[in-house]
Design a protein around this ligand. Structure first.
Ligand SMILES: Cc1cc2nc3c(=O)[nH]c(=O)nc-3n(C[C@H](O)[C@H](O)[C@H](O)COP(=O)(O)OP(=O)(O)OC[C@H]3O[C@@H](n4cnc5c(N)ncnc54)[C@H](O)[C@@H]3O)c2cc1C
Length: 280
């Protein structure tokens, strides 16, 4: 007997999505486009994530990296770092993955209307920010300057390289930096926070959306503070070990909060004190 309709949309019940298309971004990172396979389409807000698994391997949280206006397909950019993510990255077109969600608090793209917006990404951190960039560009006239400051370890580690040029043409000022590169790289070399000192924006009316390794986010926030940006206007997407996605298991605790329920996007001023405590 088929399950009742409400069970298919329950946050605890995985829904089947088939791999419709797959693109390799870097040596260990793939972007997968998923279509509902008897499941409902999934509407989402920029910054939200799903819990996703390939059959027989673990379920992991992965941010949705697609366009929030195109809810027909679900896009994920996944870096193969272990068993579950490697199995997802191996999935071929036609194969079915199990997906629950969407979960989490999104980027505040409407709340920051009127601001100069700095989108600051390190490595795979550009994936959770891509839907926010697409949402900002879709309503370009509602914002002041829009800047993307993006850093990767090396030029071959950069994501969405073809799209960066399109975003430039649509009104995003894009600065890219890599930690190290050969002579063929003509762009900036150095860590992402260094790009903040060179960027032109009005600190008094700036908001920043930040995602990357935690150490990168700390240095980024300190550079933003030095530039005069209020940390109440800085939002960061946090990653913690996560298992249920629905605030039952407590694995993703950050101070008194749970990243799956209260994050992954937080105002920096809300979480700064918890980040200062080791192993928390
Ligand atoms: C809200 C959220 C959104 C995420 N979005 C993305 C995304 O868009 N794309 C993507 O590739 N990954 C994303 N991740 C990270 C992804 O969930 C982990 O890489 C994955 O859980 C690793 O599982 P695994 O079984 O493949 O590897 P494991 O064998 O579990 O781990 C391999 C290595 O990755 C580390 N690791 C495991 N889980 C995490 C984690 N949650 N954060 C940081 N390091 C971890 C482990 O310590 C270990 O070193 C996100 C995580 C969260 C919490």
């Amino acid at each position: 007997m088929p399950p009742p309709a409400e069970a298919l949309t329950s946050p605890m019940v995985p829904a089947p999505f088939a791999v419709a298309a797959k693109r390799q971004e870097t040596q260990d990172t793939w972007t997968l486009e998923l279509s509902p396979h008897g499941a409902e389409e999934m509407a989402f807000a920029p910054g939200q994530f799903t819990m996703i698994s390939a059959f027989g391997t673990g379920e992991v949280p992965i941010s949705i990296s697609g366009d929030p206006r195109a809810s027909g397909t679900l896009v994920h950019t996944v870096r193969a770092v272990g068993l579950a993510t490697a199995a997802i990255c191996r999935a071929c077109p036609g194969e079915v993955l199990e997906v629950r969600g969407p979960f989490g608090r999104p980027w505040p793209v409407e709340e920051i209307e009127g601001s100069d917006v700095l989108v600051i990404a390190g490595g795979i951190g550009l994936a959770p920010l891509r839907p926010a960039i697409l949402a900002l560009l879709a309503r370009r006239e509602r914002y002041g300057r829009l800047l993307l400051l993006y850093g990767g370890r090396s030029p071959d580690q950069l994501l969405y390289t073809e799209e960066l040029e399109r975003w430039r043409q649509e009104g995003l000022e894009v600065a890219v930096s890599v930690d190290s590169a050969g002579p063929e790289w003509l762009g900036h070399v150095g860590v992402v926070p260094r790009l903040i000192g060179r960027a032109r924006f009005d600190a008094a009316r700036a908001a920043a959306l930040v995602c990357g390794p935690e150490v990168m986010m700390r240095f980024t926030v300190s550079a933003l503070r030095q530039a005069g940006v209020d940390t109440a206007s800085v939002y960061a997407s946090m990653e913690r070990n996560m298992q249920c996605g629905v605030a039952h298991c407590g694995h993703c605790q950050l101070g008194p909060t749970l990243v799956c329920r209260d994050g992954p996007v937080y105002r920096w001023s809300e979480i700064e004190r918890w980040l200062g405590i080791r192993e928390l």
